[in-house]
Design a binder for this molecule. Structure first.
Ligand code: GDP
Ligand code: MG
Length: 170
């Protein structure tokens, strides 16, 4: 018996690693392929919080973010979100405020948001300082972590922090 089902969404510019973060969290898999998963709208993962079974239903885009054409249905009822940028691509960081506005306009009013600076395994190609991510997160009241879907750094932590925070809100 499932005690809770929490909807989460993953958003951010194209190619920042949204699909691979979700794949790492839900299946512990990583791929260098960029093709969008066709026909799969979300992945689920069941975790235990306080001895309660919590099912995370985590939605991934099918590439619509390239055209900024994510529909309000994608966000509807979302209690948690990962806004992802790529630490090696400054423009993906500059777009975060726009993603935040869109999310806040359509998700649950209490949506718990994690800002994730992904690809932190590529330190040598870094274009966004850790401090910039931290400052933006503090200013906007977001959780913040740098992650790597490739080597799994902070991936589980990023999703679990959001889910635990949602659990404490309900
Ligand atoms: P999406 O468009 O945001 O869903 O991005 P994808 O998940 O499809 O990833 C885009 C590309 O970045 C793919 O080639 C991935 O293998 C690569 N990628 C994703 N996450 C990471 C990461 O943490 N580190 C590195 N080095 N590459 C990554
Ligand atoms: Mg994708």
């Amino acid at each position: 018996m499932m005690d809770y089902v929490f909807k989460m969404v993953v958003i951010g510019d194209s190619a920042v690693g949204k699909t691979q973060l979700l794949s790492r969290f839900s299946k512990n898999e990583f791929s260098t392929e960029t093709r969008a998963t066709v026909g799969v709208e979300f992945q689920t993962k069941t975790i235990l919080i306080d001895k309660k079974l919590v099912k995370a239903q985590i939605w991934d885009t099918a590439g619509q973010e390239r055209y900024r054409a994510i529909t309000s249905a994608y966000y509807r009822g979302a209690l948690g979100a990962l806004i992802v940028y790529d630490i090696t691509k400054y423009p993906s960081f500059e777009q975060v405020p726009r993603w935040l506005d869109e999310l806040r306009a359509h998700a649950d009013p209490n949506v718990v948001i994690m800002l994730a600076g992904n690809k932190c395994d590529l330190e040598g190609l870094r274009a966004v300082p850790v401090e910039s991510g931290k400052e933006l997160a503090e200013r906007e009241g977001l959780l913040f972590l740098e992650t790597s879907a490739l080597d799994a750094t902070n991936v589980e932590k990023a999703f679990l922090m959001v889910l635990e925070r949602i659990y404490r809100n309900v």
